[in-house]
Write a protein of this length. Structure first.
Length: 407
């Protein structure tokens, strides 16, 4: 996947003809992001998986800026001395590419058969399928060519299969270029996103967590596709995504329809909460850079100058998670215990304050959080003294945060 986040504006295509994008004056931002990334460092493409992870944690200005600048967070984490094992293995990557090629073989005949079968349309391959050429120079050119191909296919009123189209979605004031596996145009003008994954579909169902991740990723594509549909007469973007996976333990494709309306709404709302990249970059000290060639102390200072919103869930979604976790633990932030615990602790933002409140040294006894912590500490002390298992059924819910904090 070659999705990318750049500083140029999204391409605009008038209803009558395709045209070159009409850019805003964003050269200073592009220059600023290039300086942050490093003058000799190529920008790292941003895919929909990363964008979905960013939307799931919109309060993290650090990730928003690093992704916006195209910083390779894997390289940055290694330079900071906190390398991460996050990512896809080369074997899984090659296996996924091989399966995708099989699904799209013969002009997408099998893919369209699966789609028509799952959507209740006539079974079997359609009589004729258009396969538009989406070749163009650069992501902006490909996005413009994709939008033109979608409009032409919709006007033609037939089936069309767009293989790896390029879409664009504005994120924190900067356009992100996204590349879904495929988009199918139906004769009635409906557009369907196709997501191809290499995890198996056993007895007609797949791992719920993996399907959920695929749904969040596909919701990003649906949002980007809706931007094009808004400028295309007669077009409608389906919220039902076709998920294609290997059947059982074979390499044969199977498919299911996934409704991403909920994920689409959540992603749209979360992306809208992101602070604009210009504002985050302007708050950095003069000379700050994330160039991996700089000394680790300088890199650490630049990274710490941008606020992060670490939670244990970041370990499965961000390459900088190990670095952020170590800093969060060193500062004694309660966020390192998880978002659920953080919510239970109210205004207590540090582990030191939590322990002090639990031991009766600080805090207002009338505060329900403080009272729950002290109750939990008392129950724990009784259990450790061998007084028998205490009756915690009545106060179990109130003591959840305290038990976690006093552990």
């Amino acid at each position: 996947m070659s999705d990318s986040l750049g500083g140029g504006p999204p391409p605009h295509i008038p209803p009558s003809r395709a045209a070159d994008p009409a850019p805003r004056s964003t050269a200073p931002l592009r220059q600023r992001l290039a300086e942050l990334r490093g003058p000799a460092v190529a920008p790292r493409p941003m895919d929909a998986r990363a964008l979905a992870a960013l939307a799931a944690n919109p309060g993290c200005k650090r990730r928003a800026l690093l992704d916006g600048a195209g910083v390779d967070k894997t390289v940055l984490a290694t330079a900071l001395g906190s390398p991460s094992g996050f990512g896809q293995s080369q074997f899984a990557f090659m296996r996924g590419n091989a399966f995708e090629a099989r699904v799209k073989a013969d002009g997408g005949t099998e893919l369209l058969r699966l789609l028509r079968e799952r959507t209740g349309e006539d079974a079997g391959p359609p009589d004729a399928v258009s396969l538009p050429d989406l070749t163009a120079a650069g992501p902006q050119g490909r996005a413009a060519r994709t939008a033109l191909a979608l409009r032409e296919a919709t006007e033609a009123g037939g089936w069309a299969l767009l293989d790896h189209p390029m879409l664009v979605l504005e994120v924190a004031g900067s356009p992100a270029y996204l590349e879904p596996d495929a988009v199918v145009v139906h004769p009635g003008g409906r557009w369907t996103v196709v997501e191809i994954k290499s995890f198996p579909m056993i007895d007609g169902s797949s791992d719920a967590a993996k399907v959920g991740a695929a749904a969040r990723q596909s919701a990003v594509y649906v949002l980007a596709l809706e931007e094009v549909a808004a400028r295309t007469g007669g077009a409608e973007v389906s919220a039902d995504v076709l998920l294609v996976c290997p059947k059982d333990f074979s390499n044969l494709p199977a498919a299911e329809i996934v409704d991403v309306r909920k994920q689409r709404a959540v992603t749209r709302r979360q992306l809208g909460r992101l602070t604009r990249i210009e504002e985050i970059a302007d708050a950095l000290p003069e000379g700050a850079t994330f160039d991996p060639g700089r000394p680790s102390e300088e890199l650490a200072a630049a990274v710490e100058a941008v606020d992060a919103a670490y939670a244990p869930e970041c370990l499965a979604a961000c390459e900088l998670a190990f670095h952020c976790r170590s800093r969060s633990r060193a500062e004694g932030a309660v966020e390192s215990l998880g978002r659920g615990v953080r919510g239970e602790l109210g205004g207590l933002t540090s582990v030191r304050a939590v322990l002090a409140a639990a031991r009766g040294k600080e805090g207002d006894p009338a505060d329900p959080t403080v009272a729950a912590l002290r109750r939990a500490a008392a129950l724990r002390a009784e259990a450790l003294e061998g007084a028998g298992p205490p009756d915690v059924s009545a106060g179990r819910r109130e003591a959840v945060g305290g038990v976690a904090a006093c552990r």
